[in-house]
Write a new protein. Structure first.
Length: 402
């Protein structure tokens, strides 16, 4: 059983100022999960992500967004209007005490507020600025809007997603934004390494489109050999049977390579004799005849429950696992043994199971934490660190700065 307590924080001692929208919130979450202190800098009315569904108990409330709770678990929250002079000055004071600034403003907007990279460097000479946008800071598309579906489409992933007989299928949730956030994390880690080695900061210019273009090698395959990948549904591009197959109580995912094909025939005791022909060893041939192969395999998988068939496949060294629903996933014995979920208590959401870090350190997994209430850490940071007095905070609140 993996311990979910006392996990060693890999990068404790670093501070992140997170001004990102939901486009980049996952970047801040991962940085928190590796041990950094992440301060969510929100406008006085709260980050827009607080009003993104789904909501606990179905009631829209700025403390009730389940999505916000996941993406911002363990962060701190302060309120600050950086568009106002006093708010910008307070933010710059915080920059001097921080290591990383994460933002998702439109290109040029951050600089227009007097917070461009050059201005930030005046307060912290080796600061790392992470700017995540749909298409990067320059280029003909730089100012295009980039909701998640646009990132998937312009990054070429949407072109190959879905049933070939139907329209493209956009992945659930906001996968393009999550993936781009993860790529921004990689850039941040490299910039930190560079700072440790050379003593200089960096400006990470992240693009959702460019991040998605690296996914599944769609753009790479075209640029290298002119090959255009096509939609194939759940069917793997190069192999068969490598698909989702129906069972008595759901579906199983199989991936049978040239090595695994003879193993499958041994387990599949009443397969058609024609499949014993040595020609079917060739993965390319099986992929070319995928409709025939898949129909034959389905007649086999329908004899089992997905759990029993997965056990049979694994016993004989054949890659195959059940397709889990969310509830199946939470009950999965492997997930439970690794302690992936643990209880979190939030003052508004109450108690619930939440996923912890997606990695372990020395056999220990960092556990999840509740998202902060709006402005929960104003007193701790603005008074405790910056020395503002109670009267100062009251005046700032009256001016709409905090």
């Amino acid at each position: 059983m993996i311990s979910t307590t006392d996990a060693t924080p890999l990068l404790s001692g670093y501070r992140v100022l997170d001004l990102s929208s939901s486009m980049g919130s996952f970047c801040g979450k991962v940085l928190r999960d590796v041990g950094m202190e992440v301060i969510k800098v929100e406008p006085p009315g709260g980050d827009a992500g607080r009003l993104e569904p789904p909501f606990a108990n179905g009631h829209a409330h700025r403390e009730g967004s389940l999505r916000f709770a996941y993406l911002n678990g363990g962060k701190k929250s302060i309120t600050l209007d950086i568009a106002k002079d006093s708010g910008r000055n307070i933010f710059l004071d915080l920059v001097a005490k921080s290591d990383i600034v994460l933002e998702t403003f439109a290109p040029g907007e951050f600089a227009a507020r007097g917070l461009g990279y050059a201005q930030l460097l005046e307060r912290h000479s080796n600061l790392i600025l992470v700017s995540l946008t749909g298409f990067g800071q320059d280029g003909p598309y730089a100012h295009y809007k980039a909701p998640d579906i646009v990132g998937n489409a312009m990054g070429a992933l949407l072109y190959i997603s879905g049933d070939p007989k139907m329209t493209p299928c956009n992945p659930p949730e906001t996968q393009a934004h999550y993936y781009a956030s993860l790529m921004a994390c990689y850039g941040t880690m490299l910039a930190l390494w560079q700072r440790e080695m050379r003593g200089i900061g960096a400006w990470i210019d992240g693009s959702v489109q460019a991040s998605m273009a690296l996914h599944e090698h769609v753009a790479f395959n075209f640029s290298s050999d002119g090959r255009v990948m096509k939609r194939a549904g759940s069917q793997h591009q190069h192999n068969a049977p490598a698909n989702l197959f129906q069972c008595q109580n759901g579906w199983i995912a199989l991936f049978v390579t040239q090595t695994h094909w003879p193993l499958l025939l041994k387990v599949w005791d009443n397969h058609e004799p024609a499949l014993d022909d040595p020609k079917w060893i060739n993965s390319n041939l099986r992929r070319q005849q995928a409709d025939y192969i898949n129909a034959q395999v389905t007649s086999f998988t329908m004899r089992y429950t997905k759990e029993d068939l997965a056990e049979l496949m694994q016993k004989h060294g054949i890659p195959g696992l059940p397709v889990n629903s969310p509830s199946d996933f939470m009950k999965d014995p492997h997930i439970q043994a690794r302690g992936f979920f643990s209880q979190v208590t939030h003052p508004v959401l109450g108690g619930f199971d939440a996923p912890g870090n997606f990695f372990t350190v020395d056999g220990k997994r960092g556990g999840p934490a509740p998202a902060p209430l709006l402005g929960q850490h104003n007193d701790e940071i603005l008074r405790g660190e910056l020395g503002l007095r109670a009267g100062d905070l009251a005046a700032l609140a009256a001016e709409g700065v905090i």
